[in-house]
Design a protein around this ligand. Structure first.
Ligand SMILES: Nc1nc2c(ncn2[C@@H]2O[C@H](COP(=O)(O)OP(=O)(O)OP(=O)(O)O)[C@@H](O)[C@H]2O)c(=O)[nH]1
Length: 345
């Protein structure tokens, strides 16, 4: 639930809802115009009534989205309404063959507003329902104002626009996931970077607040990386950073959040863990790393960590205070000679 990609996709869902609200407002303006146009200029009363009803329903939908209600169900309702309107226009045949082509607008709208799977379901459902009703009408009533050729053209356009929208939405969603991954991940180690950590932090703290469980933070820093870089080269320093991450990943739980904040500084957020539990884990990390030396550039080096700890206050969701306590402890660990854990400061 607190996965960074999930968080970013929730963010893009919120953006989608905002765009849907704007599109609805545009739809309100357009349908109001066509209601007036068909009522006063063309005299198509049936169309004027349909467009007027659409305008009222769309205004209600836009108002709901504006108030932040039903952000899942209202967009679906909006697309279904648009489908019904397009189907009614196409099925009546009053405006002739040409109007069927407007049905091809529904798939792009559905994919944009509802995303990949719901968009696909609604688009295919619309294709099946519309084509079946039109086929029945043509079969039962040869005088109906639509011919087979118009039907094949309209059905083809509808199917083509479904396939194009599907391909587009699939590639858009893939690119969004990829970008989210790159933006939130440290390329050297594959764990979260500072940005990913802060997103995951906010989500875990909110869950902990709800469940009233303790959360602790470890800040740790690899000891004497500069010296290692100078002696064995930058590639060996990189290997040391990756080794630390590998060792720690073997010791933490799925719900813990490990991140490289920058350079040789790391953070580990431990949900459902108090300060004593965090201190036990911190000692284990330090000892395990010290017992797992890394072979690099032809020699074996034991790596050590300095670790500072802090436990969040009940109800606390702010990163800065928690990080400043853990950072103070980390500073003391470095001052105290490195390769140690400081849990109270
Ligand atoms: N190889 C490598 N080195 C890095 C990377 N990022 C930062 N560094 C180096 O890591 C060193 C970190 O230095 P410090 O944390 O100040 O000090 P330290 O040598 O680790 O010593 P203490 O932290 O005081 O124990 C700097 O020399 C940085 O240039 C990286 O991605 N790869």
């Amino acid at each position: 639930m607190c996965d960074q990609i999930v968080l970013v996709s929730a963010d893009s869902e919120a953006r989608r809802v905002r765009l849907t609200l704007r599109a609805s407002l545009l739809g309100v303006a357009l349908s109001a115009f066509f209601t007036w146009f068909d009522f006063w200029v063309t005299g198509y009363l049936f169309h004027a009534v349909a467009e007027g009803s659409f305008c009222v329903l769309l205004s209600w939908l836009a108002w709901g989205l504006y108030r932040g209600h039903g952000q899942r169900i209202l967009p679906l309702l909006g697309v279904v309404l648009a489908g019904v309107l397009l189907a009614v226009l196409s099925i009546t045949g009053e405006a002739g063959d040409g109007v069927l082509i407007w049905a091809a607008l529904l798939p792009p709208l559905a994919f944009f507003v509802l995303g990949l799977w719901l968009g696909l379901a609604v688009s295919l459902g619309f294709c099946v329902v519309l084509v079946s009703i039109l086929w029945l009408r043509i079969a039962l009533d040869p005088g109906f104002g639509l011919n087979w050729l118009a039907m094949v053209n309209g059905g083809g356009a509808l199917l083509a626009s479904t396939v194009i929208s599907l391909l587009y939405e699939h590639s858009r969603a893939h690119t969004a996931r990829r970008l989210a991954h790159v933006a939130n991940t440290d390329p050297l180690t594959g764990v979260a970077n500072r940005r990913g950590f802060l997103a995951g932090f906010a989500c875990r703290m909110t869950l902990a607040q709800r469940s009233r469980t303790p959360v602790s933070l470890l800040l740790f820093d690899l000891d004497r990386l500069k010296q290692l870089n100078d002696e064995l080269g930058h590639a060996a320093g990189d290997a040391a950073i990756r080794h630390v991450v590998r060792v720690i990943q073997g010791l933490v739980r799925r719900q813990d959040l490990l991140a490289r904040l920058g350079g040789d500084e790391f953070a580990l957020l431990l949900p459902d863990t108090d300060l004593d539990g965090a201190a036990t884990l911190a000692h284990k990390l330090r000892e395990t790393l010290a017992r797992a030396p890394l072979e690099m550039a032809g020699c074996t080096r034991a790596l050590t960590l300095s670790i500072g700890l802090a436990q969040a206050e009940p109800g606390e969701t702010d990163y800065d205070r928690l990080a400043s306590v853990a950072d103070r402890c980390l500073y003391r660990a470095k001052e105290g000679g490195r390769n140690c854990v400081v849990d109270r400061c």
